[in-house]
Every structure is written in C-alpha cells, then in structure tokens.
Design a protein around this ligand. Structure first.
Ligand code: SF4
Ligand code: SF4
Ligand code: SF4
Ligand code: FES
Length: 949
C-alpha cells in the first residue's frame, strides 16, 4: 500500500552524459550534463517552486515561478530551462526571489476561482501548494478585473472534465499530448490574456482528435482537467501498484483507492513498460469490474435449455468434479480437457494446465494464444531458439528503421505506439507492411518512408521478395551470419531466396506491392542503421503464419539486426498475458518453459514434483477438441477466462461442438457467449481482486495486486484449486507467491523469479536465473538461445482461401483502440461512446459497384456463413479488400471466418476470408438465431436467484 503523492523532480532525467558538479545554496551536487538546475536542486531536496515543469515533460519555461539566481548570470533565469554547468553557483531562496515569485502567484490567483474548499483538487493542487510555498497573503490586483472565471466547462468526454475557468495556461496538457501521447490534439490558442487551451479546432474534446489517453489530465497541475470519478467521489486515501489487464504492453498503474473502491487509475511513472503513460482502456475502462452484469454466485443446470440455479460453491464444485469423473469413466481419460486464457495470470494458467495434466491425467489443455500468437512461439523457437520477442520496449528509442508488419500499434498497443512515434518524430524511418492504411502510415510529424500495401494472404511472398533484394543486392551482413548463424542452413536459404521467382518483380503480381517499393524498403531496412521489426496478428493469423515468423527471423539474421539494443524481432502480443500463458505450459504439447511433453527428463521432473505419472503424448488443441466433440469423443471442458464461442473461427462449428458436450464449466466474470452453452458457471475475479503476475510482450513479468476482495469470494487460482481437490488431485497453495515458487523451481528460464524479487526490482524480463539475476532486457546478445541462428526455407504457398466469382472480395479483421478483444470488458464501459458497433470498411469503388453507401446494412457471405454489418466507405482499405473489427458478438465476424489455419500450429487464418458483399435490409439468419438464443439464455439467467436451491 502506498501514499498517493508521488515525487516530481521537475524535468526529465538525463542519462549517459558526463557528470557535472555544481553548488546549490552552498551544497555540492553532481548530476549528468543536460540536467536542469531545477532537477539538480530537487535531487538535493531543495524544492524550487514550479508550475509549468514536470519530470514527465521537457521544460517549457512559461510560468516564471522557478526563477533562481546564478552567479555570473544576468537576471533571474528559470531553473527548469537552465542546464547545469560545472562549477555553477545557484541560489534558490532569497528576498528578491521570494518577491518575484509572490508577484507571479498574485497574477495567477487574480484570475482563478477561489473555491479551493469545494474543488476536486483541494489538497492535491500544485497551484494551491505554490500559493502556500511562496507565502501569498494578498492579491493586490483584486479579483474583479477581466478574467476567465465564467468560461464554460467541457463535459463531453465521459471520463474527464475540462474546466477552463481554472486553467493557468501552463501548457503541460498540450505538451503531454504532443510529447507523451503523440496525438497533438491540443493547442494554446490566442495570445496574452486571450490564450486558452483548445482541442483540435476549438471543439469539444469528444469531437476532437483526442483519443482519451488521459496524459493531459495527469499533467494538469490544477483541477482544470480532472477525472470525473475524482470529481464525483473525492480523493483517494491510499494506492496500490498493479498491472493493466488489457493489452500486451502491460502498463503499470497505481490504483488510487478509497477503501475497496477505485477512485482512479494513475499510470505509474516507475512502470518499466509505460513510464507513466496509459491509454483509454487501462486508465479509464475499468467499470466492467463492478458492472451489474457481473455474476457473483456459482450456478448450475443439467441442460443448456434449463434455467440457471444459484448454488453454493461446494455444490457447484462438487457437481463439476463428479461430472468430469463420470465422463472420464464413461468415455475415457481423454474425453475431457481445459482451456485457459491470456487474460489469466501466470499463476492461474499454471494451475489450469497442472490440473489438466496431473488431475485429469491427460494433456488436453490449450489457450487462446492458439488463435493469435502460436506461430510466434513456433517460428521463433525454430530459428532463434526461444519463443519470445527479443527486446524491451525502450529498445525502440535506439532504432533507426522501424519496420511494422501486420500490426496496428496505435489501436492495439497504444502506449508502445506513443513511444514508437516519439522515436519516429526524432527521425527514425518507418516501413509499414499492411493491406490497410493504418494511422501510423501518416500521423502528425510522421510519414512512412514505404507503405507496402500488400494483398491479404501474401505475407510470405512479400518477406521473400524483401529477402531476395538483400541477398541479390549484397546487403547480407556476412560477418554476423558467419559468426552467429548456422552456415549450412544459411547457404540453403541463400540459394532458395536468390531464385528469380522470389524477386520483387516476379512476386509483384501476387503481393500487389510495386517492386520498386519492395526494393526501397529492403535497402532501407538493411542499410539504414539499427533495424527493428515489430509485428502482430497480421503476421500470425494466416495459413502460413509460422512460415512468415520464420521469414522475419531470417531477414533479421541476414542483416545482423539481432542481439543488441535498437534491433530485433518483436511480436506485439494482443492480450495482457499472451506471453505468460504460453510460457506457463498451456499448450497441449509443452510443459512450462516450452519443453515438449515427450522429453523423458522433463516429464520425470514434473512427475516427481507433481507426484503422478504424466502422459507423454501431446493432447488436443482447441480445434481438435471441437472435432473430437463432434465425433462424440470429447464430452467435458473446463474454460477459464476465455470465450471461444465468440473468439474462435467458424462460430457455427464451435457452437455445434459446445452443444454436443455433456459438461461445460465456464469460469468468468460474465455470462459470455461460451457460458450460454455451459452447465456449470463459476464466477471469476477481475484483476483488481487477486494477486499474481502478468508477462507482457517484452517478456516482462509484473505484479498484479489485489486491491479489493473477490466479489464472488474466491480468486480464480483458488477456484481451480477447489476443482483440483474435488477431482482428487490435491493442491494446497495459500498464496500465488507459492505457485510462482513452484514455477521457478521447475522452469530454468524462471528460476530467479519470485514475488520477493519482483517487489525489489519492480518487474523482471525473463530469462531470470543465476546467470541473469536481474532478468534479460535483450535476448541473443552473445549467441542465439539455440546456439547458431537457423535459417529456414520459406516457400510461399498461396492460401486455399482465394477469391472467385462467388466470393470476389477478401475480408480481413483487426481491432480498435477503445474496444478490447471479444469486448466483454470494454463493452461494459463508456468506451462504447467511441465504438458502439463493428463496422465493415469497404473501398468506395467496391461500395459503388454494389450500390452501398455509408451506413447501409451489408450482407457478407463466405463459405462458412454470413452476417450483416453496417458499411463504412473508406479508402483506408484497398479495392477488393474488406475489413472489420470483432468486438461485438452479434456482429458475427467469426461466423464468416473459416477453419483454415496455420500449417504448424492451427492458428486460424482470421486475416483472409473470401467473401461477397451485398446491400441488404435485415440481419442474417444467423444473427436472428443468435438474438433468439441469447434472449432465451438471458431469460434463463434471470431465474437463477429465484430458483429452488
Ligand atoms: S486525453 Fe490524451 S489524446 Fe486527449 S487531449 Fe489529453 S493527452 Fe491528448
Ligand atoms: S488545462 Fe491544466 S495543464 Fe493545461 S494549460 Fe490549463 S492548467 Fe495547464
Ligand atoms: S496500452 Fe495496453 S496495457 Fe497500457 S493502458 Fe492501454 S490497454 Fe492497458
Ligand atoms: S517551472 Fe520553470 S518556468 Fe515554470
């Protein structure tokens, strides 16, 4: 538990510069060159008054409150904008400085409402503090002159209010939006007395370019920009540091609390992934955790057509265990399994796979990473030797060429996108490979040097053509390859990639990307300095997802862009704990730490620790579970935190499989789409209600800390433990720290990880062991984890999902900033104000051909099914390509996606579906059935509390 007041040293730290010694008020202090006098004084404990300066932003020097005297310097320089110098002698306090500072404060206060006692910032307002610090006792100018006190509030944003009457025009908000967020939505309009903060062209915040990240709110030293929750509830009395439960950036937050109620989430300045920044989801969209839709009592029913019945935990767990055992007795040991989620903590995921392997006695465990980043695990393990990204996020600040492939960071990984944009504004070059014109291609002060607007499904052809240029134009880093890579595999790859059919010219008809652009991009990546690749689901969710990951690794190895800061191969993980859920052994073929279940030594290690014999054959993957269910061989499923009925492809196939099972146990916060097919509902806990860890896209393990008691009585790891005990496999953990102890004991890459070390270091990037007790920010530094880097042949094989006269368009999917994954959380927040429905993006040419106008209902049909969405006519997509998000179940995006999948990992080919689009006037048949079924299920839920016990 922490105090809610954070120290602010006034200006950003400087690192890596020579040290300078000066004297401040007679005391010596040594700091890096470039440090401001203000910060040097603060490090000495001398608090110079300040208003416009904050350590999160570069100094601006507008308020004139931080004036000091410096020997040999004329006038009174602002200490925030004055860098230290060797031998400098600074005075921070004397009568003249006090007089000037008081005068400055008088001017501010003469145009400021005197409602401190009723102001939301009372007691935490820097203006109020400074009035006290400078000893302000009177305002000689009075309060009756021209002022801004009647300026109207802007309450358009659902999460914060802008009250310009309180603004001191310090421009911290403007600079936060520019420097930290990179949206540049705010300006100071007008001059002198007329200056004011304006969003975009002086429109309400909601109508502006603002993306509601909250950086300006955090930066504001007054109550001008305040969270609505702070205004409504008052200030917090303690705070707890925890980790965002949304995306794979893994931002650290201070949950500011009043007792067990969250007042606001404040991004943690010490957070090593986010450095005090956040996005609209992590900062504001936590209302789902206390939403009335939360189910907080266990429920049972024998058939999915029966009403739900609220029962005790004992009854629910007892029933679930009996059913699982009955099914195994009747249909065999392999007839049940479990699915864990990337939304679960590491400890929860570990327990689920342990329950399945040791308690169920089979390896039928899988995770939602199956449908997103499983090709990353496979492709990087095969080439580099470890199933993880190679860098930390800060590494991007050393990159000279940033190559973004199949990722949309400003929507999917917004805080990292802000950091990336900062580097791009500093002058790094950008290459984007994406079928769509994502925001990054052109944003304020940023323009991609190359946008390789490829056709969906042609990634491997594109990466081969890029590699061809590198090989044929002599850009291979021969020294790196010779020293670090397996030369036999390199020779084979070089011969393959040099073939004329891999040239950009030969592949242009396939990729649709002009050969000249491919050549220019390849040259830039190979010769532009540090080249860093960031990729997302646009790489993995393809029939050749694993091949593409290997192609990316080949490209990085061939150009020597691995093993140091500023380079690397970096998968941007979608959900908060994708990396962790994979690390924890939730795939059917691997124990924690990516060790195959057939490895006798490893299996014996786990058998020894867990006290039971373990299967040596991989279990069923999620799609195989569906197949086996439809074949009548798989009858029981325990799902923790995942919604396969919405997130997995070919919804009708998935729901048919679910309907065929005899016992589905869903552990979740809400009656999600999968729970509508369940027989047992175990109410889960939100990230605010439990302890544990998440591992972000940088392999960074961070603590999740309980800030309130679990609403249903148990944290998720406890529920899994109850189930394990009930099926006859004893578990007796008393805290997730003990689970992590076991993980560390059994997993070499985690052997140095413990809650105590996380407490000491803040967070840890694995591998963390005896060789790397502080963790590993950059991987493969001296050598690759597998020894020599291995090149793999990446022949392009076109997907079978091709356009034809019946389905002449290609649909691809993605996500949007304000919503998250299946939307179960964000749809229950005000984030719906930005995105209340999934829309179908269609190029004006395709729209016109079909008589489709903006907002029209469009029927989209594939060979798997059809659905209806409203049209957004836009040139963001290329002709022939459609795009939609998948955050709303009734959109049925996955009714259309097919069962095509990656050859190596079964990761679904979400990114390419051949479809036809037509203007329609009513929902699809599936949507009508979906609505009816959902209505029935919601009705059956209403009976839960009143049903006889
Ligand atoms: S909330 Fe973020 S994007 Fe919006 S104005 Fe403030 S800093 Fe800019
Ligand atoms: S809104 Fe706040 S941060 Fe922005 S100029 Fe006004 S007082 Fe400063
Ligand atoms: S960037 Fe990701 S981790 Fe950070 S606040 Fe947003 S959703 Fe949470
Ligand atoms: S804090 Fe230095 S001028 Fe405002």
């Amino acid at each position: 538990m922490q105090s809610i007041v954070e120290q602010d040293l006034g200006t950003p730290a400087r690192v890596g510069t020579p040290l300078v010694t000066l004297r401040i008020d007679g005391q010596p202090v040594t700091v890096p060159e470039g440090t401001s006098v203000l910060r040097a004084a603060a490090l000495l404990g001398q608090k110079i008054p300040k208003l416009c300066a904050t350590e999160q932003l570069e100094a601006f020097g507008s308020c004139r409150l931080c004036l000091v005297q410096i020997e040999g310097m004329k006038g009174l320089p602002a200490s925030c904008t004055t860098p230290v110098a060797e031998g400098m002698q600074v005075s921070t306090q004397n009568a003249q400085l006090a007089r000037v500072r008081r005068g400055v404060m008088e001017l501010y206060i003469s145009d400021h409402p005197l409602d401190c006692l009723t102001c939301p910032a009372n007691g935490h307002c820097e203006l109020q503090d400074m009035a006290g610090v400078v000893g302000l006792r009177e305002v000689r100018y009075g309060y009756a002159g021209a002022n801004h006190l009647s300026a109207a509030k802007d309450t358009s944003n659902p999460y914060f209010t802008f009250d310009p009457a309180k603004c001191i025009v310090c421009s911290r908000c403007v600079r936060a939006c520019d420097e930290q967020q990179g949206t540049l939505a705010l300006t100071i309009q007008g001059r002198g007395f007329d200056s004011k903060v304006a969003a975009s062209q002086d429109v309400p915040f909601m109508d502006s370019e603002c993306v509601s990240c909250g950086a300006c709110v955090q930066a504001c030293p007054t109550a001008t920009l305040s969270e609505n929750t702070l205004i409504e509830r008052g200030q917090a009395e303690h705070s707890v540091v925890t980790t965002c439960a949304y995306c794979g950036v893994g931002c650290s937050f201070r949950a500011e609390m009043q007792g067990e109620s969250v007042v606001r989430m404040v991004p943690n300045k010490d957070g090593q992934a986010n450095h005090g920044h956040s996005c609209v989801k992590g900062r504001f969209a936590i209302g789902y955790a206390t939403h009335p839709d939360r189910i907080v009592k266990p429920m049972l029913r024998a058939r999915i057509s029966d009403p739900w019945r609220e029962v005790s935990w004992e009854e629910a767990i007892g029933y679930a265990a009996r059913e699982l055992k009955r099914i195994q007795a009747q249909y065999g040991r392999n007839s049940i399994g479990g699915i864990t989620s990337s939304r679960c903590t590491n400890e929860e995921t570990y327990l689920v796979q342990k329950l399945v392997r040791a308690g169920f006695g089979n390896n039928n465990v899988d995770t939602c990473a199956r449908v997103c980043h499983s090709p990353t695990g496979y492709g990087l393990k095969q080439t580099l030797g470890e199933s993880a990204g190679t860098q930390n996020f800060d590494s991007v600040m050393q990159a000279d060429v940033i190559f973004v492939i199949g990722a949309n960071p400003t929507d999917g990984h917004p805080v990292f996108a802000s950091q990336m944009k900062r580097r791009l504004r500093q002058g790094a070059q950008l290459i984007v490979a994406d079928p769509r014109t994502i925001d990054l291609v052109r944003s304020p002060h940023i323009a991609a040097a190359q946008h390789l607007k490829l056709k969906p499904g042609t990634n491997v052809a594109l990466i081969n053509s890029l590699a061809h240029v590198i090989v044929s134009e002599g850009w291979v880093n021969e020294a790196f390859v010779k020293q670090r890579c397996d030369l036999e595999s390199f020779a084979q790859w070089r011969a393959f990639i040099a073939q004329p059919e891999n040239s950009p010219e030969a592949l242009q008809p396939i990729t649709g990307v002009p050969a000249a652009s491919v050549r220019a991009a390849a040259r830039l990546y190979a010769t532009g300095g540090n080249g860093a690749i960031y990729y997302g689901l646009g790489v993995t969710e393809h029939a050749q997802g694993s091949t593409m990951v290997m192609g990316i690794a080949n490209l990085a190895m061939a150009t020597g862009n691995l093993g140091r800061e500023g380079v690397g191969v970096n998968p941007l993980r979608g959900q908060n704990n994708v990396q962790g859920s994979c690390d924890m052994g939730s795939f059917p073929h691997e124990f924690p730490g990516y060790r195959h279940v057939s490895n006798v030594q490893v299996r014996e290690l786990f058998e020894g620790a867990w006290g039971v014999p373990l299967q040596s054959e991989p279990g069923l993957r999620i799609p195989n579970m569906f197949e086996a269910a439809l074949d009548g061989e798989f009858k029981g499923l325990y799902i923790e935190g995942e919604d396969i009925a919405q997130s997995d492809p070919n919804t009708q196939h998935v729901t048919a499989a679910l309907e065929s099972m005899e016992c589905i146990i869903v552990q979740d916060l809400f009656l999600n789409e999968s729970a509508k097919f369940a027989h047992v509902f175990l109410p889960g806990s939100s990230f605010l209600e439990k302890d544990g860890t998440f591992t972000n896209a940088e392999r960074r393990i961070s603590r999740v800390r309980k800030v309130m008691q679990p609403k249903a009585g148990y944290a998720d790891w406890q529920i899994t433990q109850l189930l394990a005990n009930a099926v006859g496999y004893p578990m007796h953990y008393t805290h997730p720290a003990e689970i992590m102890e076991e993980i560390a004991r059994l997993t070499p890459t985690f052997s140095g990880v413990s809650f105590a070390r996380l407490e000491a270091l803040g967070s840890i990037q694995w591998p963390c062991n005896a060789q790397h007790p502080q963790g590993t920010p950059t991987m493969h530094v001296e050598e690759f984890v597998r020894g020599k880097g291995r090149f793999l042949i990446t022949a392009y094989v076109p997907t079978s999902e091709r356009v034809n006269p019946r389905y002449p368009l290609l649909l691809t999917t993605g996500r949007i900033l304000s919503q998250y994954n299946v939307g179960a959380q964000t749809r229950r927040t005000e984030n719906n104000r930005w995105h209340a429905e999934d829309r179908l993006e269609i190029h004006p040419h395709d729209a016109e051909e079909r008589g489709i106008a903006e907002g029209d209902w469009v029927g989209i049909a594939s060979r798997a099914g059809d659905t209806v969405l409203r049209a957004r006519v836009t040139e963001r997509v290329q002709p022939g390509v459609l795009y939609t998000t998948f955050h709303f179940p009734e959109s049925g995006a996955n009714v259309i996606t097919t069962e095509n999948s990656d050859w190596a990992t079964n990761c679904p080919e979400y990114k390419v579906t051949a479809v036809q689009a037509t203007r329609v006037s009513q929902p699809s048949e599936w949507q009508k059935r979906f609505r009816e079924f959902s209505d029935v299920q919601e009705d059956l839920l209403k009976h839960a509390a009143s049903a006889p016990k």
